[in-house]
Design a binder for this molecule. Structure first.
Ligand code: NAD
Ligand code: UDP
Length: 341
């Protein structure tokens, strides 16, 4: 009988898609979110997709007493998937203390509250940013971690380390999932990514440009050592990513983990350049994207893609959807947003 899962940051982009698969798999779901980067109506959208309404509590994980009180009241929670964090790389350079405060303190309060209430299973949202520019590609989990390229990236690295130390000292079992580049949206176009202000990431900027909300997509550099000179990333469909969270929490709930603290790469194993993304988007959606080559963006790495074999083998999970499906769903989501406004 599946248990009750607490999803922190569950009204956000990846969290909302994960709530859908958890509910569809029979889990009870309770979301906590301070709504600093999402809207409460996402709860209704999740209910429309699944026919089940998750619990929702608006709270800030940085408020220690509140999360302690919440965990005490909800003793039936068997596992936590921790998405809640600030995530904008550029903004983290402007406000590093805000990023360290929110992402580190939020985790510390959550870990203590879980410990107090006896909740022993944690899945954590990490990122391939912990590898920096890897020496070898594809990058596997055993690759050395590099100095973070931003305060945001550093919070992910520090959180992984904190979790590892806490697992050593307590009976907590944890899985850190290192995402590559999540894009796309749910096929219903009811949930997706809602970037506030000007998007930093390629795909939301691209869809907004195609929609006419932005004039021109800047391609950051065409002089990298890649086949077409533009940067290469491993893009992964958010619905595939959400399935991996189900596999990870199930592994912990069924005590199938082989170590108390595990790490998995979540990517497709294939890398695509910025120009690949633009051309594929234009082809599958039959829309033009105005773009021009600009200077490199400071802090960008040249190329990275995952070796996802460990997740394939041990989580029994594999990314199934290709670039075309990712970019089709991203466009469908942008069109749905345009109809609302
Ligand atoms: P998101 O901003 O859409 O979702 C995060 C949610 O957390 C938001 O709803 C926000 O309101 C909430 N939140 C933030 N701080 C909080 C706090 N102190 N208390 C309660 N709620 C809080 O982001 P996302 O893209 O869904 O990312 C989810 C997680 O995955 C984050 O930890 C992010 O760092 C990580 N991640 C994201 C990407 C990506 O490209 N989207 C890549 C790698 C890792
Ligand atoms: N990129 C770009 N124009 C943009 C945003 C991103 O050319 O407006 C490029 C960026 O240089 C990188 C790729 O697209 O090569 C993915 O960038 P994103 O910010 O989405 O992810 P990250 O750099 O964090 O992997």
């Amino acid at each position: 009988m599946p248990g009750k899962i607490l999803v922190t940051g569950g009204t956000g982009y990846i969290g909302s898609h994960t709530c859908v698969v958890l509910l569809q798999s029979g889990y009870d779901v309770h979301i906590v979110d301070n709504l600093s980067n999402s809207h409460q109506d996402v709860v209704d959208k999740i209910a429309r997709i699944t026919g089940k309404t998750p619990g929702f509590t608006r709270l800030d994980l940085c408020d220690k007493e509140v999360i302690y009180g919440f965990m005490k009241e909800h003793q039936d929670i068997t596992g936590v998937i921790h998405f809640a964090a600030l995530k904008a790389v550029g903004e983290s350079w402007e406000y590093p203390v805000r990023y360290y405060h929110n992402n580190i303190l939020g985790l510390l309060n959550l870990l203590n509250a879980m410990h107090e209430s006896g909740c022993k299973n944690l899945v954590f949202s990490s990122s391939c940013t912990v590898y920096g520019q890897p020496d070898e590609l594809p990058v596997s989990e055993s690759a050395p971690l590099k100095k973070a390229l931003s305060p945001y990236g550093n919070t992910k690295k520090m959180c992984e380390e904190i979790i590892e130390d806490h697992v050593t000292a307590t009976s907590l079992n944890a899985i850190s999932l290192r995402y590559f580049n999540p894009i796309g949206a749910h096929p219903s176009a009811l949930i997706g990514e809602l970037p506030l202000g000007v998007p930093n990431n390629l795909v939301p900027f691209l869809t907004q440009t195609a929609m006419g909300k932005r004039e021109c997509l800047k391609v950051f550099g065409d002089d990298y050592s890649t086949p077409d000179g533009t940067g290469i990333r491993d893009y992964i469909h958010v619905t595939d990513l959400s399935q991996a969270h189900l596999a990870a929490i199930e592994r912990l709930e069924k005590e199938k983990n082989t170590q108390p603290c595990e790490v998995f790469n979540l990517g497709t194993g294939s890398g695509y350049s910025v120009l690949d993304i633009i051309r594929t988007f234009e082809r599958v959606n039959e829309v033009k994207v105005n773009h021009q080559i600009e200077d490199r963006r400071p802090g960008d790495i040249e190329k990275v893609w995952a070796n996802p074999e460990k997740a394939n083998r041990e989580l029994g999970w594999k990314a199934r959807l290709g670039l075309e499906e990712m970019l089709e769903s991203a466009w469908k989501w942008e069109e749905a947003l345009a109809q609302k406004h």
